[in-house]
Write a protein of this length. Structure first.
Length: 290
């Protein structure tokens, strides 16, 4: 059996673990502003852990996220820097490590009804695509809860000529469908992506839903779960909602066991999201060593 491609783990919570402020509003963008070397160090540790793909720390660097803090004019600088930091860490490796440019939800994570039209969101994503394309090997449209927003992100990313992956979050959903209610089969038929993943929801929920995603497409699929405890439905970090605590029962070994199950279900790509750090990725790399 061909071993799965291994993504890196979460960035925001790992930065907090290393001393960055616990700021739901700015999230991982704080380190881009104040301590980019901290970001570079996390990237380097994920490479050392054995990941095949690094993800840019661009989840919180776009203008709409930064404007409320008077930082909108720095979005271009910080987004490009996120690409350069990931590219530098990947290129410093003695083995092949790719860079996935993160395109996040533009109106907040876990949002089934983003405020904006397809055309408006696609135009905003196009800006990020231009900022990240020179550093990236592929685009990762992640934590998507609404089908039309996922289409806006993937359609904008297609203009780069690079491969495009899309990852749906199920945090707060009931059943194997997007947060806006779109079934997986309808979503994959309407979204122009090269791979479909599930991300930023509990490993248990991922395991329940992944077989339905596998049945919906013949393209590569994957999963990278979080280890948050008690993430409430409708959580909005940008509005100042407190970050949930990390689980204490999702160590590297238990997470690897969940990932082994995902691969058995047909996953071609595995990694980690919030609260899944370098130790978890090192265990995945060991688990799936060729």
């Amino acid at each position: 059996m061909t071993p799965p491609t291994i993504l890196d783990g979460g960035m925001g919570q790992e930065l907090i673990r290393r001393g960055a402020p616990r700021s739901p509003e700015l999230w991982s963008a704080w380190a881009m502003l104040e301590d980019p070397d901290l970001v570079a160090g996390v990237h380097a540790d994920y490479v050392e852990a054995g990941c095949d793909i690094l993800t840019t720390n661009s989840y919180s660097t776009f203008a709409d996220r930064l404007h409320p803090h008077g930082l909108g004019d720095r979005a271009d600088e910080l987004t490009r820097l996120s690409g350069h930091l990931a590219r530098g860490a990947a290129d410093a490796s003695e083995r092949l490590v790719l860079v996935a440019a993160s395109l996040p939800p533009m109106r907040g994570s876990y949002c089934p009804n983003p405020d904006g039209t397809y055309e408006e969101l696609r135009a905003e994503y196009a800006v990020m695509v231009e900022q990240l394309a020179d550093s990236a090997d592929l685009f990762l449209c992640e934590t998507m809860g609404a089908c039309f927003e996922a289409r806006a992100a993937t359609d904008a990313a297609r203009e780069s000529g690079l491969p495009v992956w899309v990852a749906f979050t199920l945090q707060g959903a009931t059943g194997p469908r997007l947060l806006d209610g779109t079934p997986f089969d309808e979503a994959v038929d309407s979204i122009d992506a090269d791979a479909f993943l599930l991300n930023c929801c509990p490993p248990e929920q991922t395991s329940e839903a992944l077989p339905f995603l596998r049945a919906a497409t013949d393209l590569p699929i994957g999963a990278y779960a979080n280890a948050f405890h008690g993430m409430p439905v409708g959580w909005k970090g940008r509005d100042g909602h407190a970050l949930p605590e990390g689980r204490t029962d999702m160590g590297a070994q238990r997470y690897a066991e969940a990932a082994r199950g995902w691969v058995a279900m047909g996953a071609d790509i595995v990694g980690g999201c919030c609260e899944i750090g370098p130790a978890h990725i090192a265990r995945l790399a060991q688990e799936f060593a060729a």
